[in-house]
Design a binder for this molecule. Structure first.
Ligand code: MRU
Length: 359
């Protein structure tokens, strides 16, 4: 398969008639390739909650288009009630998942367009909301490309990269974040080897990361999450690259459950641990990881999904937090579209993002 078919696929976009959001249903991969066109509030909410669209930047792109598509359906002709209706849709969609801050950032951004045009007519506001949603998508493409470039500068030919969950084109746009350097390296003929944690319980590493890398012809090996320590000890890993769902001001980072364990192992074995993410994933209002809401999901994901028969008795209690927070002290650097931020992160964020970010 042509590499560009993977790195340049628009897995989230507006439908051809511009009235629905079209996605590749990630919950069906790798076995089925199903595209969905979603337009009702319930369908759009469900797509996020069920991880049909997932990965913080992709959720953000989806959210921008979703609010626009809902705004187009409004029957309100007066600006006040129209904006009030948009606000209701924003609140509803924002409740679909709590951890990835891109969801809130992009809903707020498209809503702010409507709120900033009190003297315009509804059609012009809808138009401007559509432009904002498209701009979010275009900006993500540019950010992921820049992040991939910075990430690639941190490794050398022949390196082994451990990754957790999925931070590739499916979760973003273009090259991805955590996987971006691998795709860029492939494009340039630089050999790297990816070690992919399968990422229990929803197997994003197995189902999505190896799906993307294998089809792109990138050398990759799938391991169970509990094998990472051994692979590191065997000297096969030169760096860890992961994405992020919300980065606090001090650098504490929420990402897929299991990420903090990888960071602790990396510290023990002296392997650099890099978080790669766009500025849209940094929550400058959040002081530290203790303030990041962690999503808890159904126990059935642990006991029943992906097994032919349940793996535990039905009455067994489950605890299924979907994310954990990696302490900033375990992170070697946070790679953003504006540059590579080293600790102390509050200082490097201030230097890179400046006053605009409220720092
Ligand atoms: O629950 P998911 O699959 O949405 O979790 C996704 C992750 O944890 C990703 O690593 C993160 O969103 C970054 S994607 C570039």
């Amino acid at each position: 398969m042509d590499l560009k078919q993977i790195t340049h696929a628009d897995n989230v976009r507006l439908s051809d008639d511009g009235r629905a959001v079209r996605i590749l249903d990630q919950s069906r991969l790798p076995n089925e390739t199903v595209y969905l066109e979603l337009s009702s509030p319930e369908e759009l909410y469900e797509a996020i909650a069920s991880l049909r669209v997932r990965g913080a930047p992709a959720i953000g792109i989806f959210a921008g288009y979703a609010l626009y598509v809902l705004a187009l359906q409004s029957r309100e002709t007066q600006v006040g009630p129209f904006v009030a209706e948009c606000r209701k849709h924003r609140d509803y969609l924002n409740a679909s998942r709590p951890t990835a801050v891109n969801l809130k950032h992009m809903l707020d951004r498209v809503l702010a367009v409507a709120e900033s045009m009190p003297c315009a007519d509804v059609a012009s506001i809808q138009d401007a909301m559509g432009q904002a949603a498209r701009a979010i998508h275009q900006e993500d493409i540019a950010m992921c490309t820049a992040i991939s470039e910075y990430g690639l500068s941190l490794v050398k030919a022949g390196d082994g990269i451990l990754t957790h969950c999925n931070a590739g084109p499916l979760a973003t746009s273009r090259y991805g974040t955590g996987l971006g350097p691998l795709f860029l390296a492939k494009e340039r003929g630089i050999p790297l080897h990816a070690w992919c944690d399968e990422t229990r319980p929803l197997l994003q590493g197995a189902r999505l990361t190896t799906y993307e890398l294998q089809r792109a012809g990138i050398d990759c090996t799938l391991i169970c999450d509990n094998m990472a320590s051994l692979v590191m000890k065997e000297g096969k890993i030169n760096a860890c690259f992961v994405g992020c769902d919300r980065v606090a001001r001090n650098g504490d980072t929420a990402n897929k459950i299991g990420t903090s364990g990888v960071a602790i192992l990396a510290k023990f074995y002296g392997i650099p641990f890099y978080v790669l993410g766009p500025s849209s994933t940094i929550d400058f209002t959040c002081p530290d990881g203790a303030h990041i809401p962690i999503e808890e999901r159904a126990g059935a994901e642990i006991k029943e999904m992906f097994f032919e028969k349940p793996s535990a008795l039905p009455e067994v209690k489950c605890y299924n937090p979907a994310f954990d927070v990696t302490d900033h002290s375990l992170i070697t650097a946070i790679v953003t579209e504006k540059g590579i931020c080293y600790p102390p992160f509050e200082d490097s964020f201030a230097k890179v993002f400046g006053k605009g970010a409220g720092l």
